[in-house]
Design a protein around this ligand. Structure first.
Ligand code: C2E
Ligand code: MG
Ligand code: MG
Ligand code: MG
Length: 280
């Protein structure tokens, strides 16, 4: 009986694994279609300068409304896009849409910065900076108002090609942010290799800041280090005024989180920006 029990469990495990693979394959196929069918959209989350509560800009966040299963979170479908070889097309779409909308935002708020996430795999594409600069030229956008967010990953700091792409962005004046700082496995090596303008402290160190002495130490020293390296610090996951206050005391320049605004569709963000400008 014991043996058959074991066999059965083994069987169930196989089925689950298989289902997972099938599910991922289906999602990859669906994503390929989603790109053409208007199922993807961009949401915009405000970023605020802590010293005076002025608008800094926004981060652009991708959303997928799947026709059958509904909303799929980016943390689920970005890895699928990466392994299915679709991420470059996704990124291209994101960048183009984001830059067109950024142009509209600049008319409302001339200092507005737009941050766009890209994947490590996009840095293997040597022509990405050329594509970005031609869009920026076409739209007559100042490159220094655009920030490319990059999550720490081993493949980047080791790769000459990736460094070349980052260098090209830098020469164009486009800024680079290190995203989710502190969650990668080799953060300091990464910081030492790459040229960047901003460090984004991951929300896992920010969300409980009020209650965690350890997180306070981590945030404080990261902010000091970033300043010494000449980088701006953005804290993500700021959910209340207390946390904003602590970060302000530490000298953190920019905050992003539900306390200031959740990610929202473009038209909502545009209105949010108008209201925020009018009422502060
Ligand atoms: P990220 O770049 O670190 O983005 C910040 C995430 O934190 C977003 O999740 C945002 O909604 C969430 N967040 C912001 N403030 C708060 C807060 O106060 N509380 C809480 N609980 N969460 C907050 P989201 O939109 O689900 O995106 C998840 C990740 O997916 C992003 O993390 C990024 O790594 C990736 N992603 C999103 N859009 C894109 C894209 O266009 N391209 C690529 N390559 N990756 C993307
Ligand atoms: Mg990001
Ligand atoms: Mg982040
Ligand atoms: Mg994050």
């Amino acid at each position: 009986e014991g043996a058959s029990d074991k066999g059965e469990r083994w069987c169930i495990y196989q089925v689950d694994e298989n289902q997972l693979v099938q599910q991922k394959l289906k999602l990859a196929a669906d994503l390929r279609r989603a790109l053409m069918n208007n199922e993807l959209s961009l949401y915009y989350q405000p970023q605020i300068e802590l010293k005076n509560n002025a608008i800094y800009g926004c981060e652009v966040l991708l959303r997928w409304q799947h026709p059958e299963i509904g909303f799929v979170p980016p943390d689920d479908f970005i890895p699928i896009a990466e392994s299915a070889g679709l991420i470059n097309d996704v990124t291209e779409w994101v960048i183009e849409q984001a830059l067109i909308q950024h142009k509209n935002l600049l008319e409302l708020y001339p200092d507005h910065k737009t941050s766009i996430n890209i994947s490590a795999q996009d840095l293997i594409k040597k022509d990405l900076p050329v594509q970005v600069i031609s869009l920026l030229t076409e739209l007559n956008i100042d490159p220094t108002t655009i920030i490319i967010e990059l999550t720490e990953s081993a493949s980047i700091s080791d790769s000459l090609a990736a460094n070349q792409v980052l260098d090209d962005f830098k020469k164009m004046g486009v800024k680079i942010a290190i995203d989710d700082y502190g969650t990668g496995y080799s953060s300091l090596a990464y910081l030492s290799q790459l040229r960047f303008n901003e460090i984004k402290i991951d929300k896992q160190f920010v969300m409980e800041l009020e209650h965690s002495k350890r997180d306070q130490t981590i945030c404080k020293t990261t902010i000091e280090m970033a300043k010494s390296l000449g980088a701006l610090v953005v804290a993500e996951g700021v959910e209340n005024e207390n946390v904003a206050k602590i970060l302000r005391q530490y000298g953190c320049e920019i905050a992003q989180g539900y306390h200031f605004g959740k990610p929202m569709p473009f038209s909502d963000y545009y209105q949010w920006l108008q209201r925020y400008q009018a009422t502060g």
